[in-house]
Design a protein around this ligand. Structure first.
Ligand code: ADP
Ligand code: MG
Length: 274
């Protein structure tokens, strides 16, 4: 069977395989058959206008109860994960960096991360000294002030600080497959560079990690090089290609591609932030 991204099922070992995924939110079908295969080490960019369904895919894959997968299959390392709870998906190595992370009042960022690492590893104890050391190094690399370790996660963080905190989680949790939902949204160019450096650093240290990088703009893809690029419209991947597709979108925007495919797609006025 050929997937829409032009890969053959069964050829090479797939790290993450999404097939014919349909998602319903509050009784309304948002995703209408998504196919996507990520092999170990690959970076896939998922692009598309606001409202095309990108965050819906991310949330559904992570197991958000509001996003019902009504059809299709999702395999991580060959295992069907759709029957698993979100925390069990995380234990298998699935990670989602949220487009709009929520604050966790009363829980310091460092303690949150320590608890998350323990939960994922299934251990009661971790080496506190090593953990601190790594946390400090990772935060320095992301140009985060040390005070963030003790501040409540995302509480009063600016947009850029939240995105860096998501990248800090990525670095500390070391997933097999990272879904990054618009890690660049609302960031100025310096912050995009810092976030990109964060992604690239983790990827260099863990070359087998797969990345699904969701973005509305091509800008971040100048820093994080995608192996494959997909365009989503109206709940489907309508076009897939290599990095050249990014440049085409950069110069032409989404209109010509969608028109050529005969897709009438009206952009939602603002990002709904999901
Ligand atoms: N929790 C939700 N409740 C109701 N509608 C939703 C929800 N999440 C997404 N949608 C709808 O699904 C469509 C796709 O949204 P979304 O996945 O956020 O797109 P994107 O991330 O590409 O901007 C939109 O019409 C949006 O209103
Ligand atoms: Mg979104």
């Amino acid at each position: 069977m050929t997937h829409s991204n032009g890969t053959l099922r069964g050829a090479g070992q797939a790290l993450f395989e999404i097939a014919d995924v349909h998602v319903t939110v509050e009784g309304r079908e948002i995703l209408r058959g998504v196919d996507l295969t990520v092999r170990p080490g690959e970076v896939h960019a998922l692009m598309g206008r606001n409202g095309s369904g990108k965050s819906t895919l991310a949330n559904a894959l992570m197991g958000h109860p509001k996003y019902v997968i009504s059809r299709g299959s999702v395999h991580l390392d060959g295992e069907d994960i759709l029957g698993l709870r979100p925390d069990d998906r995380a234990k298998r190595g699935l990670f989602l960096a949220f487009q709009n992370p929520i604050a966790i009042p009363g829980v310091g960022t460092g303690n949150f991360l320590r608890a998350a690492v323990k939960a994922l590893r299934g251990t009661e104890t971790i080496n506190a000294l090593e953990f601190r050391k790594e946390l400090t190094e990772r935060m320095q690399r992301l140009q985060m002030d040390p005070s963030f370790a003790t501040r409540a996660l995302n509480e009063g963080f600016s947009g850029g600080e939240k995105k860096r905190a998501e990248m800090l989680q990525l670095a500390m949790l070391k997933p097999r497959l990272a879904i990054l939902d618009e890690p660049d949204s609302g960031l100025d160019i310096d912050a995009v560079r810092i976030v990109s450096d964060g992604i690239n650093t983790v990827h260099e240290q863990q070359p087998d990690m797969g990345i699904l990088l969701i973005t509305h703009y091509q800008r971040i893809l100048n820093y994080v090089q995608p192996d494959r690029v997909h365009v989503m419209a109206k709940g489907r991947i309508v076009e897939s290609g290599g990095a050249e597709l990014v440049h085409q979108l950069e110069s032409e925007g989404y209109d010509p591609i969608l028109r050529r495919l005969g897709i009438e797609d009206v952009e939602e006025a603002t990002s709904n932030g999901r």
